[in-house]
Design a protein around this ligand. Structure first.
Ligand SMILES: *[C@@H]1O[C@H](CO)[C@@H](O)[C@H](O)[C@H]1NC(C)=O
Ligand SMILES: *[C@@H]1O[C@H](CO)[C@@H](O)[C@H](O)[C@H]1NC(C)=O
Ligand SMILES: *[C@@H]1O[C@H](CO)[C@@H](O)[C@H](O)[C@H]1NC(C)=O
Ligand SMILES: *[C@@H]1O[C@H](CO)[C@@H](O)[C@H](O)[C@H]1NC(C)=O
Length: 364
């Protein structure tokens, strides 16, 4: 009989030797229960909210596979072709806390959308959507990568899970894990219930969002069946969309360290301070060209205006060069660069307009 739910660790872990780029999201870089020299886990240590409408900071997110589209409406994770599985993984770790995701799962047989909270010792808390089951979500958990029993998954109704955005929230404490759908508590897992705590997720974890082809023929038959059957790539694209993410780390500090090989939450040492990632998150957004222009004294503006004609020409030259370069890098990056060009151009126009309101044009 096919397992009702399958851990990302087990399915993708098994596949990883075949397909390392596809399955990167469940790979533990260094398991502190098996190795001594693992780096400490940088802490979030605070709250973090994003709408995914700005270019992802490479210091906060690792796009561990594929390309995640950032749009004015949020992040899109799309399977366009065979074995695509765009996935984001936070560089920060939370040590208990809350993960609130507003998302619309992808439809399609064999298509799996996922939110995974996972540690380096393979503690895992999951939400998973199978694209052929359009009104359902599965919840699951694993402790220390123990997948010997597949009886932990529980499925819940979410009418329109793939038509509309819903609020999927996990509240994680040392005592219990709660899963909420649209503010309604649907599942509670007490520490003791999880094999006396042995299977209870309790170590610093990253947040991972992604889509993957559970129904790819390369997967084991049980996985394909769980994913609703073989994926039909001819009907792609399949897209999972995320509109909002709020992460609350229950601890504040700079990093988390394993003080022994027990994997118990009591063994985790919280080192005080603020991580580089938190500093990056708290950085004020970069000022736009127009903002910087507004802050300049008038004399400087006049001088700049005089040279703007030349600068625009020079800028166009640079952009022409970039475009050629970007084409080689890829169409998507190119279009991002292109929209940035439009934005910069608009900023230049705004400067000119603002200037002409204040001063009579120099040569006219
Ligand atoms: C972080 O989020 C929690 C839960 O929503 C809230 O209680 C707390 O006030 C927030 N902290 C900050 C600094 O915004
Ligand atoms: C980002 O993810 C890729 C793919 O899993 C991995 O090879 C790489 O080491 C990660 N980068 C960092 C800085 O952890
Ligand atoms: C893994 O979990 C199952 C219960 O789900 C349990 O019977 C088994 O002993 C656990 N294995 C280990 C190594 O803890
Ligand atoms: C999402 O659900 C959580 C859990 O019920 C709740 O605390 C939070 O306020 C909800 N978010 C929004 C934007 O309604």
């Amino acid at each position: 009989m096919a397992p009702r739910t399958v851990s990302l660790v087990s399915t993708l872990g098994l596949l990883s030797c075949l397909l390392s780029p596809v399955v990167a999201q469940t790979f533990s870089y260094c398991n502190p229960l098996k190795q001594d020299d693992c780096p400490a886990a940088p802490a979030l240590g605070q709250n973090f909210t994003t709408n995914f409408t700005n270019q992802l900071s490479e210091k906060v997110w690792n796009t561990t596979n594929g390309i995640v589209d950032i749009t004015e409406h949020g992040a899109n994770f799309t399977i366009n072709q065979r074995l695509d599985s765009p996935t984001l993984q936070s560089y920060f770790y939370i040590f208990f806390g809350t993960v609130e995701v507003h998302m619309k799962a992808a439809t399609g047989r064999g298509v799996v959308s996922s939110i995974v909270i996972q540690s380096e010792v393979l503690d895992e808390i999951d939400w998973e959507w199978v694209g052929s089951d359009t009104n359902k979500v599965q919840t699951n958990y694993f402790g220390k990568g123990n997948t010997t029993s597949y009886d932990r998954g529980k499925t819940f109704d979410v009418p329109g899970a793939m038509d509309a955005f819903h609020n999927y929230t996990v509240n994680w404490t040392p005592e219990k894990i709660e899963w909420y759908i649209d503010t309604k508590l649907v599942r509670t897992l007490m520490y003791e219930e999880a094999l006396g705590g042995k299977n209870f997720p309790q170590t610093p974890s990253t947040v991972r969002l992604g889509i993957w082809p559970g129904g790819d023929p390369l997967n084991k038959p049980g996985v394909i069946e769980w994913a609703g059957g073989e994926i039909d790539y001819s009907h792609s694209p399949y897209t999972m969309s995320v509109q909002q993410l709020k992460v609350v780390d229950a601890h504040s500090g700079k990093e988390y360290q394993y003080s022994d090989k027990s994997g118990d939450w009591q063994s985790i040492k919280v080192v005080g301070g603020v991580s580089d990632i938190a500093n990056e998150i708290n950085k004020p957004p970069a000022k736009s060209l127009a903002q910087r222009w507004r802050e300049l004294p008038s004399a400087a503006k006049i001088a700049i205006f005089a040279s703007i004609g030349g600068a625009v020409l020079l800028g166009m030259g640079v952009i022409a060069f970039c475009c050629v370069k970007q084409r080689r890098v890829g169409r998507r990056e190119f279009s991002m660069e292109n929209s940035k060009f439009v934005e910069d151009q608009n900023n230049v126009m705004a400067m000119r307009t603002q200037w002409s309101h204040k001063y009579k044009p120099v040569g006219a």
